[in-house]
Design a protein around this ligand. Sequence first.
Ligand code: SF4
Length: 260
Amino acid sequence: MTWTPWKQAWDQALYSESGFYRQPAGPAGHFSTATQGVPQIGEQLARALLTLMDQEGLHTFVDIGCGRGELLEQVGLPARRAKAYPHQLSGGQKQRVMIAMALACRPRLIIADEPTTALDVMVQAQVLDLLVSLVRELDVGLMMISHDLSVLGSTCDRVAVMYAGKIVETGDAEQVFGSPEHPYAAALSAAFPTIGDLSSRRAPKGLPGDPPDPTNLPSGCSFHVRCPVAFEACSTVEPPLLAVGAGRQAACLLVEARQS
Ligand code: SF4
């Protein structure tokens, strides 16, 4: 293999004088881009583990080697896959590596941003099952960010529906999706096909218009230009987030009117 200048620069950035990696773990992003293309996945896991050097029983490079093997096995991959390069893994396997990288830092909270994007439904279900079982087993919190209501409904106890950067409804996931209080939450639920209902699959209900420009939000309720039940005050009055039941809140002038 030819030792090109960029490869030398990469190598210098990666290795310390002691011959081991010195780059800290970066923030985890989408699985298809968050794993770097050149190093083996074991190297990338080792960088995350290095942040815990001298803690958690990790004192030598041998400990780190064992630790990354354990992490891979924890997410359902054989330890020998540490030698694989990202391009040798499937989308689901890369996502498992991402979860292993997140676990490497012994988190108390995992924030999973669209964790199943671009995965087929079977692999999606496996990744969600893995996340849920790890969260239970390790007793850590899980915050999911997703546009996919089925993903949220099957993994989350509570949800917060956001529109134009603000929470418009929050509460128990089953209640919010089953009987939404806010018109945007209702539109989201209606846009999702119902199993067994052919008409909802063939003609899902959508919303007119586009999401607003975040740098130039509409006055009053940001949703008023698209809201099917907007009335005059909606274009001038910003609705507060009001309690609509135990552990449940919604920001809509209709909710306020019902309560007054
Ligand atoms: S405040 Fe008005 S525009 Fe906003 S969601 Fe409620 S009804 Fe619709």
